[in-house]
Ligand binder design. Structure first.
Ligand SMILES: *[C@@H]1O[C@H](CO)[C@@H](O)[C@H](O)[C@H]1NC(C)=O
Ligand SMILES: *[C@@H]1O[C@H](CO)[C@@H](O)[C@H](O)[C@H]1NC(C)=O
Ligand SMILES: *[C@@H]1O[C@H](CO)[C@@H](O)[C@H](O)[C@H]1NC(C)=O
Ligand SMILES: CC(=O)N[C@H]1CO[C@H](CO)[C@@H](O)[C@@H]1O
Length: 274
């Protein structure tokens, strides 16, 4: 349903540039009606080991599923498109689960509510530029390893490096959640190469990665792309999944380190916040 709306939006705003290109959001249920189970999980993945990605978060946003990462004891990093269309009001129905590989709530799973969320003010739902958001948890999570963000001094584009995409990938709460957390190895492209695939719609705020038969997919949105254990990307969108002609597209985390730090500080200094 959402993909149809996205398509209409793309066509009306950008005209023929996008005429055959309908990027798929990678948050589940956004594309309800996709029934091919294999096409809707981390493609070509293998199960993550317990404790391998304890900071990986499962977000239930009033029935919309997304991934995320715990970046401080009370802040989760995710994709802005996961929160599209939500006002602040339903925040008390949001649920965040970390420290488990099993969506069904495995050993050690920790569940929190959400106090508020902040999406990037320049998030563009047509181009998916600035696809980044933060959730403030209702109560802090202690003693769970946090996702490590790149250093502020990083100048690397990561092109050519091996990365890992992580997620539960799913189509709908009713049926097709992958109960086990999956990971897949991909290689980071240059933005130039990615722009050849996507007709120059890849901005410097994005980073692309692909590998034959491997990709993030619907349901993985908001989750991490990691290089040597450092989170360089947030799963955002792609044309199809593991389509050899199109890489997966991720929000480029190095572009948002200051924003993440500033907003986290504001959130955490709010009265009554832990
Ligand atoms: C890119 O543009 C060309 C020519 O306009 C078009 O044939 C092609 O389908 C487009 N590709 C995508 C991914 O939109
Ligand atoms: C997700 O949250 C909604 C309420 O917002 C709830 O009805 C639904 O059961 C939850 N799904 C799962 C799998 O926890
Ligand atoms: C996280 O999960 C592991 C099991 O995978 C468990 O041993 C550990 O106590 C959990 N951490 C917390 C803080 O609950
Ligand atoms: C394994 C599984 O649960 N598959 C389901 C995926 O979703 C479709 C449509 O809801 C079901 O028909 C499958 O049984």
């Amino acid at each position: 349903m959402y993909s149809a709306l996205m398509a209409i939006g793309l066509l009306s705003h950008i005209g023929c540039v996008f005429s055959t290109y309908l990027p798929s959001v990678r948050s589940y249920e956004a594309l309800g009606g996709v029934n091919d189970e294999d096409a809707n999980k981390i493609v070509g993945g293998t199960p993550a080991a317990e404790g391998e990605f304890p900071y990986q978060a499962a977000l239930n946003l009033s029935g919309i599923f997304c991934g995320g990462t715990l970046i401080s004891k009370s802040i989760v990093l995710t994709a802005a498109h996961c929160l599209e269309g939500f006002s602040a009001s339903p925040v008390n129905t949001f649920k965040v689960t970390v420290n488990t590989t099993k969506l069904s709530g495995g050993n050690g799973a920790i569940v929190r509510g959400v106090r508020k969320f902040v999406t990037h003010p320049l998030f563009n739902p047509i181009t998916f530029d600035n696809d980044v958001a933060l959730l403030a948890l209702s109560y802090p999570i202690k003693n769970v390893r946090l996702s490590k963000l790149p250093s502020a001094y990083t100048t690397s584009t990561y092109a050519g490096q091996t990365a890992v995409a992580v997620g539960w990938g799913a189509t709908s709460f009713g049926g097709n959640l992958s109960n086990s957390l999956l990971k897949a190895s991909v290689t980071v492209l240059t933005n130039e190469a990615c722009n050849l695939q996507y007709n120059n719609t890849i901005t410097s705020n994005m980073v692309c990665a692909s590998a034959p038969g491997k990709d993030a997919c619907q349901g993985d949105s908001g989750g991490p792309l990691l290089v040597k254990g450092v989170q360089i990307g947030i799963t955002s969108f792609g044309e199809g999944c593991a389509d050899p002609r199109f890489a997966g597209v991720y929000t480029r985390v190095t572009r948002y380190l200051t924003w993440i730090q500033t907003i986290s500080r504001i959130i955490q200094s709010a009265p009554g916040f832990y």
